[in-house]
Design a protein around this ligand. Sequence first.
Ligand code: CMP
Length: 140
Amino acid sequence: MAVERTLSIIKPDATRRNLTGAINAKFEAAGLRIVAQKRLWLSRAQAEAFYAVHAQRPFYNDLCNFMISGPVVVQVLQGENAVLANRDVMGATNPANAAAGTIRKEFAESIEANSVHGSDSAENAAIEIAFFFSGIEIVG
Ligand code: CMP
């Protein structure tokens, strides 16, 4: 197994309900270390650029509107197989399909307001981490 890093975002539905600490506790209980973290209010241009891969999807505009509706917390999580470990602890994209004990099962409001984002591959993790963080901001 390899130590990896992945990009996590605690979304506006979760910051609005003051769930940052509860969600971080889930990451830490899953063996992930928060090696970088900052709270931001994304601009529309930033949200559109981050989710550019979804630009052709019917939910893109609503997704971008949601992501700029309040603060987010962007994070780098580090650990063994961090990309997969984070996806496991997040649960399915749609909270209706998420397993018991996962972040989305416990906290998500809907498929859009689903509390957290996590990179879907090591390649995308590297791209997404570089979108928000410079090297000196990540302390492993
Ligand atoms: P995320 O992991 O941030 O990546 C894209 C986001 O689009 C996803 O989580 C969901 O919050 C959001 N989304 C909204 N509607 C849909 C949908 N129908 N299918 C997949 N993702 C959706």
